[in-house]
Every structure is written in C-alpha cells, then in structure tokens.
Ligand binder design. Structure first.
Ligand SMILES: Nc1ncnc2c1ncn2[C@@H]1O[C@H](COP(=O)(O)OP(=O)(O)OP(=O)(O)O)[C@@H](O)[C@H]1O
Ligand SMILES: [Mg+2]
Length: 426
C-alpha cells in the first residue's frame, strides 16, 4: 500500500513478441522511458485543465476514490460465503458472485433485503491481478456515466482483492448473443442496435476530453445489460490513460483479447483510441452476424470473423451472407447496410481512417431515431430466474476449453473457449 503504482509495472516494457516479453517480465526489469505510459507513470501529468489529476500511487488511488472499502468478512456475509450457486460468471480475473447489501449503509444484508451487488473475487496470484484490480478502482472510482458500470466498492485485505459493482440483471451481451437454449429468444435487431448505441456512448465518453482513456478490452463479455437492455461497460483492468500533449499514441505491452485487438496495436504496441474503435467494429460485426470474433468450429476460412466478413460488408447483394439469419424481417435494407458500412469503417486496417467514437454514436443515433422499418415485437421469453442470464448456464468449465496466458508464466492454462483478456503476442 502506498507504493508507487509504476513500481509494480516497471517490468512491463513494450513487448511485441513472446521472447521479448519473457526477457522483460519480472519485477526487477529495467525501466524503459517508454514504459507504461499513463497509469504506470508516477510523474506523468494530464495536459487538459478539465481533466482531474489522475491519482498515480496505490495509496492515492485508494484514498481519492469515492467508493467504499469493504472488509473481506462483510463481502463473505453479503455473498453467503461465496456460495457456488450465487456465481454469476467467471473470467480471467476470477469468479463473480451475487450478493446483497443495505442501500444506505452498504453493509451486508440477508438475501432479498437491500440491493443486489456483483462481487468479483480475484482468484489468481500475482501482480497482474493486483494491477488490474487497482486499474479498475482507479478508473471506475473516478468516472460516473450511464454507460459505465457503477463501482460500489472494493476490498483489499491481506491477499484478498475484490471489487463490488452494481448488479446488472441481464448479464453480459456475450450471453445474449451466443448462448443457445430453449429459454432464450435471439436478441432482436432493435435491441442489438440499442446495445450498440449504449456501448458506443460509453466508449465515446472514455475517449472524450473529460476522461481521455483507452479502454483496451472492448468485447461482448465486458458489455453488461440492465433490465431495459441499457448497456454499460465493465472491466477497466486493462484501461490506459490516452496520449497527452503532442503524442499520438501510448506504447504498451500488447494486452487484450484475441480477435478484438487492432492490427496496428498487435504489430507495434502503439495504442490509440482508434484501437478501441477497431474492437467496437468487431463487436458490431458479432452483433450483426451472431458469430463469435474467433470461432474454430466454423469451416476453414470462416474462423476469423473480420477476415471472412469484410468483403461482404460493402456489397449490397452479399451482405446477407453476414447478417444473422435469426434477424430476418426485423431490419430495413437501408438500416442493415448502414450498420454494415459502419462496421467496415471501424475495421479499416489503417487506424487514422477509422471514425472516432463520436462519429459512431452519431450514426447509431440516426438509425435509432429513424427506425424507418420498426421491427415486429420481440417474441416473449418465459420469465426466468436472474441467474439464467449469466454465464454459468453456458455449461461447465470443462466443456469450454479456452486459453489464457498469464503474465508471469510462459505456459498456457486451458479452461474454456471464451475469449479472455491476456497478453497478445505477434
Ligand atoms: N456487475 C455485474 N452484474 C452482473 N453480472 C456480472 C457483473 N460483472 C460480471 N458479471 C458476469 O460475470 C461474468 C464474468 O465477468 P468477468 O469480467 O470477470 O470476465 P469476462 O469479462 O467474461 O472475461 P475477462 O476476464 O476477459 O474480462 C460476465 O461475463 C458476466 O456474465
Ligand atoms: Mg469482463
């Protein structure tokens, strides 16, 4: 506590290959002048006077944040000892549990009393987990926006690292787009557009002059939905302060999730707001197509969604090959073309040619307002217990092998096939 944040991530010099990464990892590595621009720098200043000075040290971050510091025992009570049946989902950071607290005092209550919370518990050792935990407290502790999930508090006690969020009753966009099951109706076209607009507004806020932050992990599992399908971004573990002064980018080690990271960021480690715009394009394409960004179960040539779909996006006759067949009859031709063209622009290989997020919001708002061809009312799903909206009903972990590469290890851990954030190598 109280140690300079950068001391923890000095080891993270820009690293664009597995071998460079291996050489640069470890707490005693040399500091590079290009190292960890943004959050990692104790001395960096913020250029715009409208931006509140970003806290830099761990102590400063924890002191300046407006969120509650919970004790571990409080969160244990709130989640009924982290009961397995209250698990809402699992990610690379750890498991997320449902819990209850009093709305006024924020103290733990019995289930059914007070407000529902989501408690994320770090279950991996090491410094990458702590760093992501602190980045989350730093950013979400500072920002409040209707399209960012609300951080209620955190716990830092001995080896315990937890985060307490507002509960998002409809879970993640990932679950709604990709889960198959008799209980679920596919997300309608208009709801997909609503979610796209909400998520775009969240990113536009982050990129704007007030925040100036690059999110770096935009993907469907990090877009959470409230009861009205309002979209909120969660997971700021990989977020970075954007470039300041006349700098065009920040140099970082390449982190993110396969399938979503922009090509120039993967090849150079140069991170800009346009990297997030690319990831937004990938998610928009996932929403249009109902296909995952990377899906090895598809036929050869269709594993990588962007590569497969790109040629069809600007072709009026071939666009139907990309559109999710479950959406038939719900969109106007003009609307579908506009969204496909927007995705195409966001996915341009050259970052500077991509639109910025304000432009994206404008296009999506126009579509939202027009609704020239209103979709038929969405088919009614049976009422469901809230936990049905969450990842646990995807199946057991063993059914879902995935690869996550941990920072301090050269070996890959295989668990299930969902795209998770990790260092990305060339
Ligand atoms: N505030 C919340 N309210 C409701 N459910 C949540 C909340 N936060 C997370 N979840 C659920 O828990 C799941 C796991 O979230 P988590 O952010 O830990 O991992 P992830 O996004 O799937 O992967 P990654 O570790 O790469 O970010 C989410 O996909 C979502 O279903
Ligand atoms: Mg997440």
């Amino acid at each position: 506590m109280g140690s300079c944040w950068s001391a923890r991530i000095k080891s993270v010099a820009p690293s664009y290959s597995a071998s460079t990464f291996a050489a640069s990892s470890g707490a005693n590595s040399k500091i590079s002048s290009r190292d960890g621009v943004g959050l990692s720098s104790c001395s960096s200043t913020v250029s715009s006077s409208s931006v509140p000075p970003t806290p830099r040290s761990e102590g400063e971050i924890l002191q300046s944040t407006n969120v509650k510091s919970f004790s571990f025992s409080e969160l244990r009570t709130a989640t009924r000892n982290f009961r397995p049946d209250s698990v809402l989902g699992e990610g690379g950071f750890g498991s997320v549990f449902k819990g209850w607290i009093d709305e006024q005092t924020l103290s733990a209550t019995k289930p059914g009393i007070g407000i529902v919370i989501a408690v994320k518990r770090l279950n991996q050792d090491g410094f990458q987990g702590h760093r992501e935990w602190l980045a989350e407290v730093n950013y979400l502790g500072q920002f409040q926006h209707p399209n960012l999930v609300k951080l209620i508090g955190y716990c830092l006690e001995d080896e315990h690292r937890l985060l307490v969020y507002e509960f998002m009753p409809r879970g993640s966009l990932e679950n709604h787009l990709f889960r198959r099951g008799s209980y679920f109706q596919p997300l309608s076209w208009s709801l997909r557009m609503k979610v796209a607009l909400g998520a775009a507004r969240g990113l536009a806020f982050l990129h704007g002059s007030e925040a100036k932050v690059i999110y770096r992990d935009f993907k469907t599992s990090n877009i959470l939905l409230d009861s009205n399908y309002g979209a909120k971004l969660s997971d700021f573990g990989l977020a970075k302060d954007g470039p300041t002064g006349d700098k065009s980018h920040v140099s970082t080690r390449v982190m993110g999730t396969y399938g979503y990271a922009a090509p120039e960021y993967l090849s150079t480690g140069h991170l800009t707001a346009k990297s997030d715009v690319y990831s937004f394009g990938v998610v928009l394409l996932e929403m249009l197509s109902g296909r995952r960004a990377i899906d090895k179960n598809r036929p050869t040539g269709e594993h990588n969604l962007v590569e497969w779909a790109r040629p069809y996006l600007t072709n009026k006759r071939k666009i139907f090959r990309v559109l999710d067949s479950r959406l038939e009859g719900q969109y106007s031709m003009e609307g579908a073309q506009k969204v496909a063209s927007l995705a195409f622009q966001c996915l341009l290989n050259e970052g500077r040619l991509r639109p910025n997020m304000d432009d994206v919001v404008t296009v999506l708002e126009e579509l939202h307002e027009k609704k020239s061809n209103p979709p038929p009312p969405a088919a009614k799903a049976k009422p469901l217990p809230e936990t049905m909206f969450h990842a646990q009903s995807f199946g057991s972990r063993s059914q879902r092998p995935r690869i996550r590469i941990l920072e301090d290890s050269s070996s890959a851990k295989v668990s299930y096939p969902r795209p998770l954030a990790s260092p990305l190598y060339e």
